[in-house]
Design a protein around this ligand. Sequence first.
Ligand code: NAD
Length: 510
Amino acid sequence: MTEVTQAPERAKKGDLRRISHWIGGRVTPGESGRVGPVYNPAQGTQTSEVDFATAEEVGQAVAAAKTAFETWRSVSLSQRQDLLFRIRELVHDRLDEIAAILTDEHGKVLSDARGEVQRGLEVIEYACGIPTLLRGHFSEQASTGIDVYSIRQPLGVVAGITPFNFPAMVPMWMWAPAIACGNTFILKPSEKDPSASVYVAELLKEAGLPDGVYNVVHGDKVAVDAILDHPDIAAVSFVGSTPIASYIYKTGTANGKRIQALGGAKNHMVVLPDADIDMAADAAVSAGYGSAGERCMAISAVVAVGDAADPLVDAIGARLPKVKVGPGTDPESEMGPLITREHRDKVASYIDQGREQGATVVADGRETAPDGGGFFLGVSLLDHVTPEMDAYKDEIFGPVLSVVRAETYDDAVRMVNENPYGNGVAIFTRDGGAARQFQFDVQVGMVGINVPIPVPVAYYSFGGWKASLFGDSHIYGPEGINFYTRGKVVTSRWPDPATSRVDLGFPQTR
Ligand code: NAD
């Protein structure tokens, strides 16, 4: 059994790798003197130090991006497309290298890390279609001798602020469409696993992206606030927890910026009595414990309706001893460690709390976590959880899955809709009519029908409802293209000078 209060081993200062900013096409060491620790969560040891930017250093990145924008916005669509194809090839070729960085700093197993890069790659592939995506409309002869057409233009310098749980994919959701649309980009990645963003910067340079189009500033609230306050940043995309998403939205919009801020989640999986119980149990285990539950689309609450509950809990419970927990570099491992010791301890605390508040602990992951200094917690299952318990109310973001029992379909839907979050939801049933009613009833942005993690493909857009999204725009896909551009409508006439005259009346179309 792992002792959940163990302190991580601290490396000697001289052994630590330093992770610096990337500004104007080169590594730019920070000068603030403020740094943050980066760990290998499977070993529980600090491996690196990441520079934390000052407002001035953020300003340097903005200046580089602003200069680059002047030329980047004029680069033809076919040249941008050509470059995006080269980026696509490089990311594809280096997928294993990126995945290894993710496993090293985040802890997720290598197969999952590869999957993350693959899903990010799909967004890059979508962005390769930018000539088609930016096509406007044209109305010939809208009035006599007058044509009207619409174009979409980039915003300028835009920024992205990203969470720890997808250090490669979530930034790709942002920078790929942003630069394809002709913007220049500043990324403030999570300070917990920042290396992938700098490795990708090197790939973009190798592909031929001009200096200053993609920049990385590392840091904490100081860097984030400098982004939100900077007058030359036109828009900010944020993905992270709900309190910070709300702060980013309020502060950014008060400063006149366009904001999309995706927040946290509490994703329900509703299992109706007619569902295939084995299939539902496989899905609950996969979606509840994949990436150690540190996915914004992870299933956190299984809502078992009526008679489904007992067989479902038995079926999930039977699968848990087979889940192999271990270092992400071990090909046998199916679930890696959590991101930090503090987070692991917080997640583990829901097990005792759940028991104290009346839940049944079916599996206690503290008893099955691998020994050693890594931030591991085994798979944990709580049954008879109710909406009043903390395990239900909080996001948790770890491998503690709750089963909530509902008497009827209506009770289950009410529970989903009364929850403050609305990111993802799934229903498991054999009844097409019930599934169709469910998609109509639920107040959630992404719905899975017998699909536990319904992350939309790259040519749709990703986003939740309620406290899972602040702002009007979902991310990537068509809404991502809209977010990173603004429309302009041109009314054009090439008159015969002989017909020109003064007319102070309001322009008529007939
Ligand atoms: P987080 O909110 O702690 O951090 C996200 C970003 O905000 C990081 O870059 C961080 O440096 C910055 N930040 C943190 N505290 C800040 C503060 N006080 N002021 C300004 N900036 C601050 O989130 P996290 O722990 O890195 O990621 C996990 C969370 O992200 C979960 O809640 C998860 O659901 C959510 N998430 C949501 C989605 C989605 O698409 N909706 C996707 C992935 C993750």
